[in-house]
Design a binder for this molecule. Structure first.
Ligand code: ATP
Ligand code: MG
Length: 433
């Protein structure tokens, strides 16, 4: 029979790669908590209408990337293509804003019908935060600082590119200026951008089409036409980023693909990613909560692509070599195998954190050591016929290959003795030297 493959643009995750994901996820949970953020989880699918209204009809996401389907009750549903609109929906549905400002973070999959390539998938994973209720530039800076901290914690120094795209006062002026710039060259624009020219000329700035590049480069910038309050907000963001030591550069070409952004927008861009260079993107969205039926509420947030983040780490060789850790139990023969089952259970009970593995096969001792080595175990507990008869176990440091015999009494006492011996082992790095 033919085998069935996973759908294009999706990936399976298994060891040892899944351990890299777990480590990254644990670190972002920790960092988000340190900044006072709590986790929010929302459904994988939502009403299609939520994204049409919350992301914007003229965006790439809504125009061509959504996984939309009718369920058996003929409701139009869409697999979550981004998290901000669902988070706002949930915040409003549960009236969380009544308790004051909210700091929320999420980790999970997004679904977009895109052309799959390195760093671009149809199911991808994002970590992100949303901060509701603070209109001042401090919240923009805290948001950028949190993303910066995730990168810094993994040894990545990446410069953040920032821009301001104004608000309801000054952006209409900018739209006019852009229309005046592009309209005389309508025929030279890509077909997508020709459509955008009438619907939303700002979106042309986000175009990836090569034929648009020169016209985009010569377009007027938003920074030239910011109204006075928007200009003051942007100046304070820059000043405070400087004060906390986050390196940034102003890049007027950043406009962000989603319609709901206002004022500050930013992207973390890595040279290690080739064409898909943006690892994290975000900004302020003061109009979105009201747009989705809530009280006027300022908001700011970002989304970080975890696949792209791990690609950068892999390119730089960060976190590639895992430290030896844990105990491999080696049982030689059927009697020994029966004997060690309760000992393995006692070891796993006694230590909440240490991996304890066992191979139930009939392999020779050398083959079992090789497997333990490959699993990166630090130590082995060996039980053969002699040990079963003599009431002992052999413990072996797999880094130094030094071994000794320990008396085996009850399983719990034996487990204690083994773990006591394990705790006294020299650090693996020293042992190897
Ligand atoms: P791009 O311009 O690369 O299409 P975007 O503007 O659509 O990005 P956002 O919606 O801002 O991206 O998503 C935030 C981050 O999520 C991106 O910077 C990227 O790291 C990641 N991301 C978005 N779409 C994908 C995808 N299809 N595959 C992998 N990662 C993605
Ligand atoms: Mg995109």
């Amino acid at each position: 029979m033919d085998k069935i493959a996973a759908p294009r643009g999706t990936a399976d995750l298994f060891p040892p790669e899944s351990a890299r994901w777990q480590a990254l996820e644990e670190s972002v949970h920790r960092i988000a908590r340190r900044f006072g953020y709590g986790e929010i989880r929302t459904p994988t699918f939502e009403s299609t209408e939520l994204f049409v209204r919350g992301v914007g009809e003229t965006t790439d996401i809504v125009e061509k990337e959504m996984y939309t389907f009718a369920d058996k009750g003929q409701r139009s549903l869409t697999l979550r293509p981004e998290w901000t609109a669902p988070v706002v929906r949930a915040v409003l549905e549960h009236n969380l804003l009544a308790q004051g400002p909210q700091r929320l973070y999420y980790i999970g999959p997004i679904f977009r019908y895109e052309r799959p390539q390195a760093g671009r998938y149809r199911e991808a994973h994002q970590f992100g935060i949303e901060c509701f209720g603070f209109a001042g530039p401090e919240a923009d800076v805290e948001t950028i600082a949190l993303a910066h901290e995730v990168l810094r914690a993994h040894g990545l120094g990446v410069t953040v590119a920032i821009n301001s795209i104004g608000d309801a006062t000054c952006r209409p002026r900018y739209r006019e200026a852009l229309f005046a710039h592009f309209a005389p060259h309508r025929d030279a624009l890509s077909p997508d951008s020709q459509r955008r020219l009438d619907r939303n000329p700002l979106r042309i700035l986000d175009s990836k089409a090569p034929e648009d590049r020169a016209l985009v480069a010569s377009a007027p910038t938003m920074l030239d036409v910011l109204c006075e309050p928007c200009a003051a907000h942007f100046a304070r963001v820059r000043e405070m980023l400087g004060a906390i030591g986050v390196a940034y550069r102003v890049d007027p070409s950043i406009v962000r693909g989603l319609d709901y952004y206002t004022r500050t927008v930013f992207e973390f861009i890595s040279d290690d990613l080739g064409a898909q260079s943006t690892v994290c993107a975000g900004g302020r969205y003061d109009g979105l909560v009201a747009e989705l039926g809530g009280p006027p509420t300022p908001g700011v947030g970002f989304a970080m692509g975890l696949e792209r983040f791990l690609m950068i780490l892999a390119k730089r060789g960060v976190g590639a070599s895992a430290e030896r850790r844990g105990i491999a139990v080696v049982a030689l023969g059927e009697d020994a195998r029966r004997r060690v089952v309760p000992l393995v259970a006692a070891l796993r009970r006694a230590h909440g954190d240490l991996p304890v593995t066992i191979d139930y096969g009939d392999g020779k001792i050398a083959a079992q050591f090789k497997k333990a080595d490959r699993a990166n175990a630090r130590a082995a507990v060996i039980v053969g016929d002699d040990e079963v008869r003599g009431g002992s176990v052999v413990v072996r440091d797999l880094a130094t290959r030094v071994q000794e015999s320990l008396a085996a009494t009850s399983d719990d006492a034996t487990a204690d003795a083994v773990l006591h011996w394990y705790a006294a082992l020299p650090a693996a790095a020293d042992a190897a030297a």
